[in-house]
Design a protein around this ligand. Structure first.
Ligand SMILES: Cc1cc2nc3c(=O)[nH]c(=O)nc-3n(C[C@H](O)[C@H](O)[C@H](O)COP(=O)(O)OP(=O)(O)OC[C@H]3O[C@@H](n4cnc5c(N)ncnc54)[C@H](O)[C@@H]3O)c2cc1C
Length: 466
C-alpha cells in the first residue's frame, strides 16, 4: 500500500502546532497535524466534569493590546494566521497585583500605571527602574542567536532593592520560566513586555474560543488534523527522518517534521537514549485547584483579576521539597475580566509550584489523600490576600504535575519544558525542528508565535530560497 506523504508533518495540536499548520497550509504546503489525544490544545485544553466546564491552563492571555495596535505580537499573530481580534474575543483584565509581605504592586493594561506604582512604592529605586525599563524596551528579544544571560544578574545591575527585584520576577517566572531560581534575560524581557508593558486578557468562553478559531482556520486553509493519532517513532537514516510511525503502526512520510512535543520527548521518538537526554528534562510544574463558586468573587469585595503572591521573606522559584510549595502562587478570578456579560459559572483558580516526583510516587489512595490534605492548606495560604470564599465553593477539581504529564506527554509535567531552549528550533537531524515550549516562546501567545516563526524559518523561507 502506498504511504501517505506530506510536505510537513507537525507533532501536536497545541497552540504552536496549530499555528504552524495554518501558516504552512496557507502557503499551499500539504500539512498533517498529528495529536495523540482526542482534544486539541495540549497544555491549554479544556474538559468537562459533572456538567462544569474547565480550562486546563488559561488564567489569562498575555500580550493583550487593543485591536490594531501596530507591531504588537498579538497583531502579528492575527495578520500571519489571517484571523481577526473577533476570533479570540479577548476582554481586558480589571487589574492585577503582586503581593509580598508589606508591599503590593498593582498593574493593569496601561503600562504607565505600573511604572507609577513602582515609583510610589520604591521611591529610592525610581531612576534605576526607569533605566531598567529603557534597557528592556531597547532589547531585541527576538534575536534567535543571542547568547543566554542571567536575568537576575542583569536586573540586579540596575536595581539595588532585592524586594523590588523579587516582586518583578515573581509573575514573570510563574507565567513563563523553565529554569529554577534564575531566568534567562531574553526570556525575562519577553515576559516583562507580555505581562507589564502589554497586559492580560481572556475570552469569555475561555480557551475553547481560541482553539475553535485555530481549528476552523486550519480546516479552511486545507490542513489535515488527525486526533487520537500519536507518533510512536521518528525513523532516521543518517541525518534525516525518512518516515514517521504512528501508535497504530501506520507509516507516514514527510519532507520536514515540526515537533511541539518537547525537545527531549522528540529526541526520544528518534531513539536517542534516555540517559543522555535526562539532564535536559524540564522539572518545574504546578498543582492547580479550580473551584466553581455560587457567586463571583467581586460580590465578596474582591475585584483583582490575578494576584501573584509570596508570603516568605524571599521568593523561591524552584521544585519544592514537599509535594507543594504554597508560600507563593497565583490566585486567578476569571470573573474579574471586563466581560460584557457574566460568566456562566463563577470560579477561582489557585496555582502553586509542585513536585512531580513526589506526586508520581504515590499510589492511588495516597494520591487522593494528598489532594485532600493540600486543598485546605493552599486555601488557607491564599486567605492572606482574598476574602474567605470557602463557603461559596460548589465544586472543585484539583490537578497535579502527574495529570499534566498524562495529558500532554511533557515529561515530569514540566509546564514550561526544558530549562535550555533551542531558539533556532534546530535539532541534530536536518529535517526535524522544534516549535512551541522548547523552542522558547512560552504561553499561548508565545507558542503561537513560535509555531509561526519556525514554519516561516524552516519551511517557507527555505522553499523561497531554493
Ligand atoms: C496549569 C497551566 C496553566 C497555564 N496558564 C497559562 C495562562 O494563563 N496563559 C498562558 O498564556 N499560558 C498558560 N499556560 C501555558 C500554555 O498553556 C503553554 O505555554 C502553551 O499552551 C504551550 O503550547 P505548545 O504548542 O508549545 O505545547 P503543548 O500545548 O504541550 O502541545 C503539544 C501537543 O503535542 C501532543 N503530543 C505530545 N507528544 C505527542 C506524540 N508523540 N504524538 C502526537 N502528539 C503528541 C500533546 O498531546 C500536546 O497536545 C499554562 C499551562 C498550564 C499547564
Amino acid at each position: 500500500m502506498a504511504q501517505t506523504h506530506y510536505d510537513v508533518i507537525i507533532i501536536g495540536a497545541g497552540m504552536s502546532g496549530m499555528a504552524a499548520g495554518i501558516r504552512l497550509a496557507y502557503f499551499d504546503k500539504s500539512v498533517c497535524v498529528l495529536e495523540r489525544h482526542y482534544a486539541a490544545g495540549g497544555l491549554n485544553s479544556f474538559y468537562a466534569l459533572d456538567g462544569h466546564q474547565f480550562d486546563v491552563g488559561l488564567h489569562a492571555m498575555t500580550n493583550y493590546v487593543r485591536p490594531g495596535t501596530r507591531g504588537a505580537p498579538l497583531t502579528k499573530i492575527f495578520r500571519q494566521l489571517r484571523l481577526t481580534p473577533e476570533d479570540f474575543g479577548l476582554a481586558p483584565q480589571h487589574h492585577s497585583e503582586v503581593r509580598f509581605p508589606g508591599k503590593t504592586l498593582r498593574f493593569n493594561n496601561d503600562f504607565r500605571c505600573f511604572v507609577q506604582d513602582v515609583v510610589d512604592n520604591f521611591p529610592a529605586q525610581a531612576d534605576h527602574f526607569v533605566r531598567l525599563v529603557k534597557h528592556i524596551q531597547e532589547y531585541d528579544e527576538l534575536d534567535l542567536e543571542a547568547p543566554p544571560r542571567s536575568g537576575r544578574a542583569v536586573v540586579s545591575s540596575f536595581l539595588s532593592d532585592p524586594l523590588l527585584t523579587d516582586m518583578i520576577f515573581c509573575p514573570l517566572m510563574i507565567y513563563g520560566n523553565a529554569q529554577e531560581r534564575d531566568m534567562e534575560f531574553g526570556q525575562f524581557v519577553v515576559m516583562f513586555k507580555s505581562i507589564f508593558c502589554e497586559g492580560l486578557g481572556r475570552p469569555r468562553e475561555g480557551v475553547r474560543r481560541i482553539i475553535t478559531a485555530l481549528r476552523r482556520k486550519l480546516r479552511e486553509v486545507g490542513g489535515t488534523v488527525r486526533m487520537k493519532c500519536g507518533v510512536q517513532a521518528l525513523n532516521a537514516e543518517g541525518t534525516r527522518i525518512t518516515s514517521v510511525t504512528l501508535d497504530t503502526g501506520e507509516i507516514l512520510t514527510a519532507n520536514t517534521i515540526l515537533s511541539s512535543a518537547g525537545y527531549v520527548e522528540t529526541m526520544r521518538l528518534c531513539g536517542t537514549d534516555h540517559a543522555t537526554l535526562a539532564p535536559m528534562e524540564g522539572r518545574l510544574s504546578f498543582v492547580e485547584i479550580i473551584s466553581i463558586l455560587d457567586q463571583p468573587m467581586k460580590h465578596l469585595g474582591h475585584d483583582a483579576t490575578i494576584i501573584f503572591y509570596n508570603t516568605g521573606k524571599e521568593f523561591h522559584y524552584e521544585t519544592p521539597k514537599n509535594l507543594v510549595d504554597a508560600r507563593s502562587g497565583v490566585i486567578c478570578c476569571p470573573d474579574n475580566f471586563l466581560f460584557d456579560k457574566p460568566l456562566p459559572e463563577s470560579m477561582i483558580r489557585l496555582t502553586c509550584l509542585a513536585n512531580f516526583d513526589g506526586w508520581n510516587a504515590l499510589d492511588e489512595p495516597a494520591y487522593l489523600r494528598a489532594k485532600t490534605e493540600w486543598l485546605p492548606k493552599i486555601q488557607q495560604e491564599v486567605l492572606h490576600f482574598i476574602p474567605d470564599f470557602r463557603h461559596h465553593v460548589v465544586y472543585t477539581d484539583f490537578f497535579t504535575p502527574r495529570t499534566i504529564q498524562k495529558w500532554t506527554g511533557h515529561l515530569n509535567g514540566a509546564v514550561y519544558g526544558a530549562p535550555e531552549k533551542l531558539k533556532t528550533g534546530k535539532t541534530p537531524i536536518e529535517n526535524l525542528f522544534i516549535c512551541g515550549t522548547d523552542q522558547g516562546f512560552l504561553g499561548i501567545v508565545g507558542a503561537m508565535l513560535s509555531g509561526i516563526s519556525m514554519a516561516n524559518l524552516h519551511v517557507l523561507k527555505r522553499a523561497h530560497a531554493r
